[in-house]
Design a protein around this ligand. Sequence first.
Ligand code: SF4
Ligand code: SF4
Length: 119
Amino acid sequence: MTIRNIIEGGRTPPVVHFTLENYRRCLCPGCMVQSGSVCVEGKRAKLPDVDEERWGVLASKPELLPVLYCSSGRTDCRDIDTLRMCRCSGCPTFVKYRLSEGRPKSYFCRDGCQVLCKD
Ligand code: SF4
Ligand code: SF4
């Protein structure tokens, strides 16, 4: 654990910002871990077309969006299948924010967003 983690109580803010750009690049929508989840499908069914105008409202309610877990943290959907393969390592956001250097390194939908911890 880093000094910063200790000072800030063990967790830091998400490394990845919850932006429309990152939303659009996220590979979670096509991930097999979420495929077949009734909970995730329910969220998708209620989701309007995501555009710049609507993003302002949606970004304040990340729990409605079954994506970008590296920013928003773990999902409240309990019927995902984490025995399947996570796609994050192939995501441009994963590369841009150097998520391979932190923890967790994948399955953010299960394990939550990343803590800046490089020990
Ligand atoms: S965080 Fe990884 S395992 Fe979870 S839905 Fe996204 S790509 Fe799949
Ligand atoms: S690293 Fe994973 S959770 Fe984050 S934007 Fe990419 S696919 Fe989505």
